[in-house]
Design a protein around this ligand. Structure first.
Ligand code: UD1
Ligand code: MG
Length: 506
């Protein structure tokens, strides 16, 4: 039978150096909180129980854990009296009675499940009472130093503040990740004192007690030391974030994704990429975004929680909570807001904004449009400059466009309105009423032309002079209909006044 495993994650400290309203362990890199990274690594151990010890800003931390990491017990450490005290609070809350206990801190976001499995295997095989995951660092300042005896066993961990000059020169440090035999830990925790430079109960003093009890402590040096590094301020957070990203991008390249510029490509931990996806420079794939095989993404694309189909092409686009179908085309300069669903082989083109819009298979919104609260049927084409006027100032309304609709340029659909299958709308139309299938709707009036308007209303201007030169040369526009008027009211102008131009036709 395998031994039981209890995991205690220490997350009660305040993280002062972050200088933040957000508790340190909730700061994120790679789209996941620091405590979330640690808890995700812990999952690889399939522990019997996990306890998070919280204290500082506990409401925020508890809220986060309840939302993202269900199944974790929470222990409250009222006062932060040290890591030994925190472990005691955690162990008491766990209800564990036998097996092993793994204690870790919540601020080592690059720690992997693989490392924890390796460490626990060593701990169990050696049948130790205490094991420490250690690392050698170029600058050990601030860390507990590993003091080894002959034979290599760890004799003590000495904290920076309590260390002699000789001890401070030791490069091997305590990662803060320790494994214990539960019986030993339970006997050691009440024996810890706080007679040290910080007046704290140090969990690390358990090592001295082990030596006094005649049980042995093993130290396991992890070569990939960045996994043991914590982010204490925002400079370290950014450095760890870049390294995490470098690792994620490298993993995807090894899995069959082409990344032209790894340094300007940011991929969150929960993103999923298909084979032969190509990512051009300056791309951020965030949240739970997934990209299908052979898709081409970038340059300059930010996708948050989006699903992109196989073979799609997305360029210079910002999209959130949207679906882009197989073989669809998006951008450049497109903004897909939540609820956009673009069908297979559809298109959302340049300077188009969409929101809560279902655009059918093969349907296109190619240029300069706003599509909000709408359904567009398959193979329909929405002309340049079309606006779906969805808001009446109080409520949002829906527009339904059928399949194979041809909508002219510069049309405004005033919701709620429905356009039937195979219908058309003329350029410049204001569509307020439903259009039956197969009908053509036009609301713009016939064009009205007032002859010699520039010469009479804009006499003496460059405009009038140009018109006069053209008249002298006898230039005429073939087929132009004119009203024959020479006077025009101040409120009118060229191109308005359908009634007048109708009169000129009669
Ligand atoms: C600790 C270790 C040190 C190690 C370093 C690794 C001790 C005494 N020292 O030092 O050997 O090299 O971590 O980063 O253990 N915490 C609580 N409650 C408390 C105090 C701390 O939950 O009362 C939590 C903190 O939130 C943090 C972790 O324990 O996640 C470590 O505490 P911190 O104060 O950062 O200890 P260090 O001085 O860094
Ligand atoms: Mg620390």
């Amino acid at each position: 039978m395998t031994r039981e495993l209890t995991v205690i994650v220490l997350a009660a400290g305040n993280g002062k150096r972050m200088k933040s309203k957000t508790p340190k362990v909730l700061h994120t890199i790679g789209g996941r909180s620091m405590v979330g990274h640690v808890l995700t690594a812990v999952e690889a151990l399939q522990p019997d129980r996990v306890v998070a010890v919280v204290g500082h800003a506990r409401e925020q931390v508890i809220g986060h854990l309840e939302q993202h990491h269900t199944g974790i017990a929470i222990a409250v450490q009222e006062e932060q009296l040290g890591t030994g005290h925190a472990a005691r609070v955690g162990l008491a809350a766990s209800g564990a009675t036998s097996g092993d206990v793994l204690v870790l801190t919540a601020d080592t976001p690059l720690l992997t499940g693989e490392t924890l499995v390796w460490f626990m295997e060593h701990h169990r095989e050696a049948n130790r009472s205490v094991s420490i995951l250690t690392a050698e660092v170029p600058d050990p300042t601030g860390y507990g130093r590993i003091v080894r005896g002959e034979g290599g066993d760890v004799r003590a961990i000495v904290e920076e503040k309590d260390a002699s000059a000789e001890e401070r020169a030791i490069a091997e440090i305590n990662s803060g990740i320790l494994a214990f035999d539960l019986d030993f830990l339970a006997s050691a925790l009440p024996r810890l004192g706080n007679a040290n430079a910080s007046a704290e109960y140090y969990l690390t003093d358990a090592v001295k007690l082990a030596a006094a009890d005649g049980v042995r402590t093993g130290g396991y040096l992890l070569a990939d030391r960045i996994q043991t590094e914590g982010a204490n301020d925002r400079v370290q957070l950014a450095a760890l974030g870049r390294e995490l990203n470098r690792r994620i991008v490298e993993r995807w390249m090894r899995a069959g994704v082409t990344v032209i510029d790894p340094a300007s490509t940011w991929i969150h931990v929960d993103v999923d990429l298909g084979q032969d996806v190509t990512i051009l420079p300056d791309v951020q794939l965030l949240g739970a975004t997934s990209i299908g095989e052979d898709a081409l993404i970038g340059p300059d694309v930010t996708l948050t929680d989006c699903e992109v189909g196989a073979g799609a092409h997305v360029v210079r686009t910002q999209a959130t909570l949207s679906v882009i179908g197989d073989g669809a085309d998006v951008g450049p300069f497109a903004h897909l807001r939540p609820g956009t669903v673009l069908g297979a082989r559809g298109k959302i083109g340049g300077f188009v904004e969409t929101k809560n819009a279902e655009i059918g298979e093969g349907a296109k919104v190619p240029h300069l449009s706003y599509v909000g609260d709408a359904t567009i049927g398959e193979m329909s084409n929405i002309g340049a400059g079309t606006i779906f006027a969805n808001y009446d100032g109080v409520k949002k309304h829906h527009t339904t466009i059928g399949a194979h609709v041809r909508s002219g340029s510069n049309v405004t659909f005033v919701a709620p309105v429905t356009v039937g299958d195979g219908a058309g709308t003329g350029a410049g139309s204001l569509i307020r009423q439903d259009v039956p299938p197969g009908a053509m709707a036009m609301s713009a009036g016939p064009q009205r032309v007032i002859e010699d308007w520039a010469q009479t209303r804009r006499a003496g201007t460059a405009m009038a002079e140009a018109a006069a030169r053209a008249a002298a040369e006898g230039v005429l526009v073939a087929g132009a209909q004119t009203s024959g008027e020479h006077e025009e009211s101040h409120t009118g102008g060229p191109g308005v006044g359908a009634a007048d131009s109708r009169r000129s036709e009669s």
